[in-house]
Design a protein around this ligand. Structure first.
Ligand code: ADP
Length: 499
């Protein structure tokens, strides 16, 4: 039920209750008044008649007294009179309604009065003992019809009831108009406004022309919306400024990367180009012996190969196609990579070993690309490790919870698969550590490194849904970890297709 309706209902019920109480009390007092009035009339008439009758009985005898009662009865229209014998010796017939108890009361000299319901309506009876010689041998019955009073009271009841109904109706109408105007409508507007604010629409202030609590509430809501709108505008401004700042930072970062790439390319290609042009000029001068010409041509071929390698790596870095993921075993990929790098390690006097590997390490991988990433890590480790040292690899499982800090890594709650490459080299200086994955960052001599190996490896592993970690202390070697999400077990349909 709506608030206004509740108020109106409570008001109408309250008014009706008050009016009903008032009507009841008024009717009761009217009835009491009429009752007392008729009794008083009867009593006055009885007293006057009784003293007359008693005097007549004493002076002229019992018959004269009885006749007097009959004569008076004929004269008085509204009051009926009757002679009633109380004496046991006289033939007596008690009138209906008068009990033996009442007779005893009369014999004691007291008056008896009551109201009887008869066919033609209510009637008040009064019995007055007639005292002859100190005792009452008879009584005078006076009775009066209450029909007139009754119809008056009924008319009064109807009037009072109609008045109560009318007053309630008028008050109800007034309450309805006031309730709808000052409570119902403003409350509906307030709740509509609150709904709009909840949906994020702060526009359109609520205009209520009433100066009461509801009007104040509307003003407060308008002020609150204004403050919220201002806060939203402020947030939007700040967000815009932040986005611009981030865009600028990105732009600066892009410029830095482009600069790095450009200077890397210039540096990496500049040296072999100089060598190539120097040797080409020497050949062209015609001053070289055939053997020297051949040697220069070999240098040119070698430098060209180097430039081709750099350009291929650059292309790998910039235009690498997405991996084609397949079910694979990381142990197999590591084994074939180590088999391929065995001769290089041997040449440098470095031992390659797999310290730990589970029976199966299933991953979703592009074999060639993952092999390339592992190769880049192991080649760095071999290059860093002094002769006689060992590069140790291990495949282990890592709890899935440790992927929490990494974006886009899905584990399905299963353990991650981790490959660590630990070398016995000089380690990485703390100031170099944050830059090792940047393209063209290298500490190696010209011809030794391009600075693209780790950047390429990092990109490949990210595309496999994993990440690379590095930790190192100067003088204590370096430790690189490739962490990959576990291969999700094939669904039944896939298994069937494979079978
Ligand atoms: P490159 O090997 O061609 O220099 P990378 O991207 O592979 O390029 O490596 C970047 C740099 O990271 C290296 O120049 C080296 O300074 C450092 N680095 C990488 N791996 C190791 C390692 N195992 N030990 C010490 N330093 C390393």
């Amino acid at each position: 039920m709506k608030l206004a309706r509740k108020l109106i209902f409570a008001l109408v019920v309250g008014i009706f209750a008050v009016m009903a109480c008032n009507a009841y009390l008024r009717l009761r007092s009217q009835m009491e008044f009429f009752e007392a009035d008729t009794e008083r009339d009867l009593r006055a008439a009885a007293r006057a008649l009784a003293s007359g009758i008693e005097a007549l009985w004493r002076d002229d005898g019992e018959e004269r007294a009885q006749r007097f009662v009959e004569e008076v009865n004929l004269l008085r229209e509204e009051i009926d009179l009757r002679w009633i014998w109380l004496d046991q010796r006289r033939p007596r017939e008690l009138p209906p309604g008068l009990s033996p108890e009442d007779v005893k009361t009369l014999l004691r000299g007291d008056v008896v009065t009551f109201v009887r319901y008869e066919d033609d309506g209510q009637r008040r009876y009064m019995y007055w003992p007639l005292l002859i010689g100190g005792r009452p041998p008879a009584a005078l019955e006076l009775s009066e019809s209450l029909v007139r009073e009754e119809s008056f009271i009924r008319a009064s009841q109807i009037t009072i009831l109609l008045t109560a109904l009318g007053v309630s109706l008028v008050c109800g109408l007034i309450a309805t108009v006031i309730g709808v105007l000052f409570v119902g409508r403003p409350m509906r507007l307030l709740s509509e406004k609150a709904r709009r604010v909840g949906a994020g629409d702060l526009s359109g202030p609520l205009i209520l022309r009433q100066r009461d609590e509801i009007g104040e509430l509307a003003e407060e809501i308008n002020a609150m919306c204004e403050r919220l709108a201002e806060a939203q505008r402020e947030t939007a401004r700040e967000t815009e400024a932040r986005i611009q700042a981030i865009e600028q930072l990105r732009h600066v970062d892009r410029l830095r990367t482009v600069g790095q790439l450009a200077s890397g390319v210039a540096h990496e290609l500049g040296t072999p180009l100089n060598v190539v042009s120097g040797h080409a000029r020497m050949i062209r001068s015609g001053e070289l012996s055939p053997a020297e010409t051949a040697a220069s041509a070999d240098v040119i071929v070698e430098q060209t190969k180097r430039m081709t390698t750099i350009i291929r790596q650059l292309l790998d870095f910039s235009r690498r196609t997405g991996p084609k993921l397949d079910d694979a075993d990381l142990g197999d990929i590591v084994a074939s990579t180590l088999a391929m790098l065995g001769p290089l390690a041997e040449k440098r006097g470095v031992t390659l070993q797999v310290a730990e590997a589970p029976e199966a390490a299933p991953v979703r991988a592009d074999r060639n690309q993952l092999q390339q990433a592992i190769t880049n890590l192991v080649v760095n480790a071999i290059q860093a490790t002094p002769q006689g040292g060992t590069v140790s690899l291990a495949i282990t499982r890592r709890p899935a919870a440790q992927a929490a800090g990494q974006a886009d890594v899905e584990t399905n709650g299963e353990d991650l698969i981790e490959l660590t490459v630990v070398d016995a080299g000089p380690g990485i200086a703390p100031e170099h550590l944050p830059h090792v994955f940047e393209p063209f960052f290298t500490t190696k001599d010209v011809g030794e490194g391009t600075g693209l190996g780790l950047a390429v490896a990092y990109g490949i592993v990210r595309e496999h849904g994993g990440w690379i970690e590095v930790s190192s202390e100067l003088g204590h070697g370096a430790r690189f970890s490739i962490v990959l999400p576990p291969a999700s077990p094939p669904r039944p349909a896939e298994r069937k297709a494979v079978a």
